[in-house]
Design a protein. Structure first.
Lengths: 450, 1023
């Protein structure tokens, strides 16, 4: 496999180099856009993606920009981008045509962009508008995808082998029974002979077992040992029952299938969206809150399909894009016409972290007041991780800790009182002594149970 | 080898030949079922459904408050509504408003009527579900016909102090001619209004400023109850702060009312005698002599205080008028001529005219808004035939009631918490009603219906080329809607005829007529505040003619020896508007301590004469006889009778508001409909004949022991003003001491327990001023609402299984004490025969009791599972999830404040109150857990509220100011009797309260060191 991969990579690299060289030469010949591709990409994402799709072949509020550098004059484009309004006013026919075509929605003006900036952006557009590069990109992802698919034949092979073993076993058994019931002399069949030896082996094992059993009975007859062993058995069983009972409704690792395959890894891991952007009520109240769909639309208003490089095992881009469409169904939005229709279908998420009714837990208390100390104590870079684990690495969210009272208390018993105005005023002495929050009622029953 | 081979062979063959025995089968089956069930043990899948579009102002878990006005036809109050995730969960008083800012038990509880499962959910015509368009079509057609035929369209409504609605009805009557508004209140204030009209020249209820005066003499006026819509409780309590200037209160009454219970001197007399005394007092004040000793005493007290006194009276128009004349005579400071109350508009005369019209057949359409005449005016049933003949009868009611059977069209209205509206309760005050929740059902406001019916006919009447036609009108806002900035401009051009919803109408009305009177110029600011104050005053001059006076004085009823009946309203149920509210039905009467019932109150002597008894069953529950009464020839049978200490001899009392025949909760109560005898809106009836009959009635009483059994100086302490002013604390509030080998030691010196460190952090205390507590029960309901206290129903109350976290004990005084009885050489146990009996006219002490949060709590030491423990902030904490229900703690609690959950009160058909349906459960406070069966519960000192305050301060990184900490009871108390605060804050109010001489701790000698303190009640006996 590795060899193949390497080969493909090599081919790809070469292809890329060839394509880039081809394009650079092409550019030199056709139009002189000289600029910085990376800067252009950055600027495009910053200023343009609100109205123009980053997939340049797609039309959003604004037109698809693929190949625009070919159609339009460079100078005209610069004028248009910098101040399209004055261009329209000046009576430029092309400008007015575009303005009319897109329902008289005015494009923002960008006087802050320098000529070089615009060059960068245009370079980015031109480089990306060629479909050939896109193909080479998709080759890479396709490879990933194939390697994932190899997983299934493996299972089939294993199952097949298992099936053969079972059939063989049954066959042998039938033979044995036939032999036993007919009292035939040992047949010449090799398989049956082999099986005879096996039966003998079983016999020996049975005899050993029998002697062991007799030995066991003799040992048991010694009262002291008997009682001790009985005690041990009872204690062990009590321990195991207790252990079992204590783990009822402890759901560490609970990972139900959610109605939408929402990947925290893509959102917060790769795209670095802050936890509190979506779970904003964690800042204010006890509930962290599942974000409402209108919040999703802040971004997915323009991100209508998945274009990232990361793809989880067994998934593909189409899958992610389909999942995005579920948002539109929930909020009643037509991505094609970009209009809302009055048909709302709330998303029924499956709750993972569910505190019992008799537990009061306040997110804001931990996220805002205790942020620094929890980070320090748990050695995490984000306060949420202290309890919810490394969410940015989870494709599907799951319960990272056991969320038992013992687990809660373990921090309350070891974390020191925070040094803030409130605590200094009420617990000055205790802060000086570096007491833990259990000394100011951190483990009082009714602080969490009421 | 062969042997073993054979053996194995045999075994194998036996294995294949063996049959499964029955036992084995059962074993296998048992194992498999167990295995399957165990493997199926999975937690339930819990779904979380977030908002699709989250409203900006809602943050899950954070309450939002709205200012509005509580008005349900009977009560009126400026309130704040606490909402969580868009649903109202608590009513609090709006302290920004100067007046009408005091909540009562009924106002606190009115929240639950919003979530009444029996509310009408759709409009109906002839019991068929229809759409609002159908209703409009049906109604307009008939209204048009009726108005063209010259018959009357009657809008029968309870008091309607809404200026905009009045204007609307005025507009409506211009469209539909012959429309008439008839105000009808079940509990009529007409006599007071008429008397005021005749004496002071304005048909309104006078406004009494009792915070200015030093003597209240009340002739049967329950001014702490429903005598006046104005809530006097706060002024009363603040004016009665112990000191030289403490106000004195004399109450002359027949029934034991809440005011009488709080009076310094209570004289119990029959209604006819009360009237006589009032007339005597009037004569004495006018310089005549009288032989009547009581009248002389009262008159001399009034004379002494002069303009610092006020006389209040109730019973009939004449009595009320006389009290007003006396107040004018003594120039009482309390009577304000500049301010009047407009929240009640009952008019008996117009109502009687309407009844006549009905008989003649003048009435074509009847629109019932907020009234239930079949229940509250039962003689209307005689007119049933006339009512059925009506062309149109529309019920604007929230739920089906007794009147519904006569109605064809049901246009259900929303609860006041879902409505827009305004009120003008008093001179200089206008308040607004705004919805705090989206309409739960397919309801439409009464006002909206009127607007729609008015407009639809209007558009038909107007030809198309009319200049007023909206299509041709250039100023019409419809043309301006494209530009949002123009909407406010457009408003000015709104023609009332083209406003098609009540919100616009209201806003337009306020912007035109009301906002101009005040400093506030923006409707939205007024809405934010919930009210506006204006500088309006009345300048009417008072006048009355002498002839009128003579007619009052000479009109003395000649009473025969029969009983006199005085009807009254209870603190909990009032006029019966909220009879379907389980909180109110279960709230025990402050005096009799009986819930779920009304009854005839009678004095002990009369009861003995008639052979009537109240007795306790083996469980302690109270049973009684039944009586029949005959009033004005009308016989009511099987009224339960309750012997009430303090009831005047020869008089009986009966409360209104009970005896409904519709409503699940209202019918759970087995009361009698006293409106049957509320004839001509008379509160007092003479010549009442009482006969004992067969049968036993079962009362649900929450307090079975009525006296303190000689421990008057230990439990609810009381002293008189002279002793309080002239003697040291030792005499009237003696500190308990422990006798030891070292002599008498103060309680703090000796303890079995290790002392807690109470000096760091917060340490919460509650201080309850027994002098300010009037026993109104507002705190009890507030506690219920805040802490999800379940309603248990009549039978469980009878079993002493009430769930109240906070109760208000009522103690009657006894004639004898240990001292006097020992002098008489009466010893135990006989002594208790005397000490358990209340006096004939007892003095009453109220004592609110919640968990005392003892620092050395007896309950904590006995809990086998440590489910109750002591917090660092002084709270005695109860952990429900840990409790196993041994009930040791309840046994060991000297205050009897722990409550055991005998049943699951949620989702239980046997407790079919609000917690048994999805709608009713919306009222539950999400911050407090609902306790399950087998768990002990009790007051938590509202730890959810204190924790919230602390958290807020921590987030804002600041110190907590005094007054920020609150409990539900301290916040709700109308008289400020309950203080709550942090005693580690040296400047706090609670610290001042604890330093007060009157402070003591309940049963302190037990060494429990409670965190709840009480303050001795002071009676101003004028010795």
């Amino acid at each position: 496999m590795n060899i193949y991969k390497n080969i493909i990579y090599k081919i790809n690299n070469q292809l890329l180099i060839i394509i880039i060289i081809f394009f650079i030469s092409n550019n030199i010949f056709s139009e002189e856009i000289i600029g910085n591709y990376e800067n252009g990409k950055k600027l495009f994402k910053k200023h343009c993606t609100a109205c123009h799709s980053i997939n340049l072949n797609k039309e959003l509020i604004g037109p698809a920009l693929a190949g625009i550098t070919k159609i339009k004059n460079l100078n005209w484009l610069k004028k248009w981008i910098k101040d399209n309004k004055s261009l329209i006013k000046s009576g430029d026919k092309d400008a007015i045509a575009i303005y009319e075509k897109y329902n008289k929605i005015e494009m923002n003006v960008f006087p802050q962009l320098s000529n070089q900036d615009i060059n960068d952006i245009l370079l980015f557009i031109e480089t990306n508008s060629n479909p050939k590069i896109k193909k080479s990109e998709s080759v890479i992802t396709d490879n990933n995808y194939k390697s994932d698919k190899n997983f299934f034949p493996k299972i089939i092979i294993i199952e097949f082998i298992l099936l053969i073993i079972i059939v063989f076993f049954i066959f042998v058994k039938i033979q044995t029974i036939y032999y036993l019931f007919t009292y035939k002399k040992s047949p010449k069949n090799i398989i049956i002979q082999l099986f005879n030896y096996l039966i003998q082996l079983f016999n020996y094992l049975f005899i050993i077992y029998k002697y062991l059993y007799i030995l066991f009975l003799n040992i048991i007859k010694i009262t002291y040992i008997r009682y001790v062993s009985i005690c041990i058995i009872i204690l062990l069983s009590i321990y195991s029952i207790l252990n079992f009972l204590m783990n009822i409704d402890v759901n560490t690792g609970y990972k139900p299938k959610q109605p939408i395959h929402f990947s925290h890894k893509i959102h917060t891991g790769i795209n670095k969206i802050d936890c509190k952007y979506c779970h904003s009520s964690a800042k204010y109240g006890k509930v962290a809150g599942i974000p409402s769909v209108n919040l999703c639309m802040n971004c997915h208003n323009t991100i209508t399909q998945y274009n990232g490089n990361y793809i989880a095992k067994g998934k593909n881009k189409e899958f992610y894009t389909k999942e995005i469409q579920k948002i539109y169904k929930a909020i009643g939005w037509n991505p094609k016409t970009r209009e809302y229709y009055n048909n709302i279908e709330p998303i029924q998420w499956i709750r993972i972290h569910n505190m019992p009714d008799f537990v009061y837990f306040d997110h804001s208390q931990h996220v805002i007041i205790g942020e620094k100390i929890i980070k320090k104590h748990k050695n995490v870079d984000m306060v949420c991780k202290a309890c919810h684990g490394e969410v940015e690495k989870m494709d599907e969210i799951f319960m990272a800790n056991n969320f038992t009272m013992k687990w809660c208390i373990s921090c309350h018993k070891t974390i020191e009182i925070i040094n803030n105005t409130y605590n200094i005023n009420y617990y000055k002495k205790l802060i000086k002594k570096h007491n833990t929050i259990s000394s100011i009622g951190g483990i009082d029953c009714a602080k969490c149970h009421y | 080898m062969n042997k073993s081979k054979d053996e194995f062979k045999n075994q194998l063959s036996s294995f294949f030949n063996q049959k499964i025995s029955r036992r084995d089968f059962l074993k296998i089956m048992g194992f498999t079922t167990a295995a399957v069930t165990l493997s199926a043990c999975k937690g339930p899948v819990i779904r979380s459904i977030p908002y699709v579009i989250k409203p900006e102002r809602i943050i899950p878990g954070i309450p939002t408050y709205y200012a509005t006005t509580m008005f349900d036809g009977f009560d009126l109050c400026s309130v704040l509504i606490k909402t969580r995730e868009g649903r109202p969960i608590k009513i609090e008083s709006n302290m920004m408003s100067k007046y009408f800012n005091i909540t009562s038990a009924r106002i606190q509880a009115s929240l639950l009527s919003l979530y009444d499962d029996e509310r009408l959910k759709d409009p109906y015509i002839n019991n068929k579900k229809v759409s609002w368009n159908d209703i409009d079509e049906y109604v307009i057609k008939r209204l048009k016909y009726i108005s063209q035929n010259g018959k009357k369209i009657i809008i029968l409504s309870s008091s309607l102090p809404s200026p905009s609605t009045k204007q609307l009805i005025n507009d409506f009557s211009k469209v539909y001619k012959n429309t008439q508004l008839v105000i009808y209140d079940a509990f009529s204030y007409s006599s007071i209004l008429d008397a005021t009209k005749e004496i002071l020249g304005i048909r309104a209820i006078p406004f009494y400023e009792i915070n200015k005066i030093k003597l209240i003499v009340s002739f049967d006026a329950d001014f702490l109850g429903d005598w006046s819509p104005q809530n006097m409780q706060k002024d009363y309590a603040t004016n009665r702060k112990p000191g030289i200037n403490m106000m004195r209160h004399i109450q002359i009454e027949s029934n034991m009312s809440l005011s009488g219970a709080n009076a310094d001197t209570r004289i119990s007399l029959k209604p006819s005698e009360i009237k006589k005394i009032l007339i005597e007092v009037f004569h004495i004040l006018n310089g005549k002599n009288s032989q009547n000793k009581i009248a002389n005493n009262i008159a001399s007290e009034i004379k002494n205080k002069g303009s610092d006194a006020v006389v209040l009276a109730d019973g009939s128009k004449e009595i009320y008028a006389l009290s007003l004349i006396i107040n004018l005579k003594i120039k009482s400071k309390a009577l304000s001529y500049k301010k009047f109350l407009f929240s009640k508009e009952s008019n008996n005369i117009i109502f009687n005219q309407f009844i006549n019209d009905l008989k003649i057949g003048n009435v074509g359409a009847l629109l019932l808004y907020n009234v239930n005449p079949v229940y509250s005016f039962p003689s209307i049933l005689k007119l049933e035939n006339y009512l059925k003949k009506l062309d149109l009868s529309i019920s604007f009611a929230m739920k089906e009631d007794e009147t519904s059977k006569l109605i064809k069209v049901f246009a259900p209205i929303p609860h006041w918490l879902e409505s827009w509206g305004d009120t003008h309760p008093m001179t200089g005050i206008y308040t607004l009603i705004q919805p705090t929740i989206q309409s739960l059902f397919n309801t439409r406001q009464f006002q909206n219906s009127l607007i729609i019916w008015k407009n639809k006919i209007h558009s038909i009447n107007n030809p198309a080329n009319n200049t007023n036609n909206p299509a041709n009108n250039t100023n019409n806002p419809a043309n301006n809607t494209n530009n949002p900035a123009d909407i406010s401009v457009g408003y000015k051009y709104y023609n009332n005829n083209y406003i098609n919803n009540y919100y616009d109408y209201l806003r337009n009305f306020w912007e035109k007529n009301i906002l101009s009177k005040s400093n506030i110029k923006s409707f939205n600011i007024a809405l934010f505040n919930g009210f506006i104050h204006t500088n309006e005053i009345h300048t009417n001059k008072c006048y009355y003619n002498k002839n009128y006076l003579n007619s009052i004085i000479n009109n003395i009823d000649n009473n025969i020896d029969n009983f006199e009946l005085r009807l009254y309203t209870k603190t909990s149920i009032g006029d019966g508007t909220q009879a379907n509210n389980p909180w109110l039905q279960e709230l025990p009467d402050p005096i009799t301590r009986i819930s779920w019932d009304n009854y005839l109150t009678i004095s002990l002597k009369d009861a003995q004469k008639l052979g009537i008894k109240n007795w306790n069953t083996a469980t302690g529950a109270i049973n009684s006889n039944y009586v029949d009464i005959i009033v004005n020839g009308l016989k009511i049978i099987n009224i339960p009778i309750f012997i009430q200490p303090g009831q005047a001899e020869g008089s009986v009392g009966l409360s209104l508001g009970y005896g409904h025949t519709k409503g699940k909760v209202a019918t759970h109560s087995s009361g009698i409909n006293a409106y049957l005898i509320y004839k001509n809106f008379n509160l007092i009836h003479y010549n009442v004949i009482i006969k004992k009959t067969e049968g036993i009635h079962e009362f649900a009483s929450i307090q079975l022991q009525n006296t303190m059994v000689g421990r008057d100086d230990i439990i609810a302490k009381e002293t008189d003003l002279n002793t309080f002013l002239n003697f040291t604390k030792e005499k009237w509030n003696k500190e308990e001491k422990i006798t030891s080998s070292k002599g008498e030691l103060p309680l703090e010196k000796i303890s079995l327990w290790k002392e807690n460190d109470n000096n760091t952090g917060h340490h919460f205390n509650i201080s309850i001023d027994l002098n300010a507590c009037i026993g109104c029960g507002t705190c009890v309901i507030a506690c219920n609402v805040e802490n999800n206290v379940p309603v248990v129903g009549k039978n469980e109350i009878r079993n002493s299984r009430d769930m109240y976290w906070l109760r208000i004990d009522r103690y009657y005084s006894t004639k004898e004490s240990f001292k006097t009885l020992h002098k008489k050489n009466i010893s135990e146990p006989k002594i208790y025969n005397y000490l358990l009996k209340p006096e004939n006219n007892p003095k009453i002490r109220f004592q609110p009791i919640m968990c005392q949060h003892c620092n050395n709590a007896p309950c904590e030491t006995v809990c086998p599972v440590a489910a109750t423990s002591h917090g660092k902030q002084g709270q005695n904490m109860m952990t429900y999830n840990r409790c196993v229900g041994t009930r040791y703690c309840a046994n060991n609690c000297p205050y009897k404040v722990r409550r055991f959950n005998w049943f699951n009160y949620v989702e239980n058909k046997k407790f079919d109150f609000h917690m048994n349906n999805d709608l009713g459960k919306m009222v539950l406070n999400p911050d407090v857990v609902i306790r399950t069966r087998g768990v002990m519960e009790k007051c938590s000192m509202c730890i959810q509220m204190t924790q919230e305050t602390i958290l807020k301060a921590k987030k804002e990184n600041r110190i907590i100011k005094d007054g920020e900490f609150n409990t539900a009871c301290s916040k709700a108390c109308p008289t400020g009797a309950i203080y709550f605060g942090d005693i580690n804050d040296d400047k706090s109010e609670i610290k001042q309260q604890l330093k007060n001489n009157r402070t003591y701790k309940l049963l302190d000698f037990l060494g429990t060191r409670p965190n709840v303190t009480y303050q001795v009640k002071i009676r101003n006996l004028n010795k």
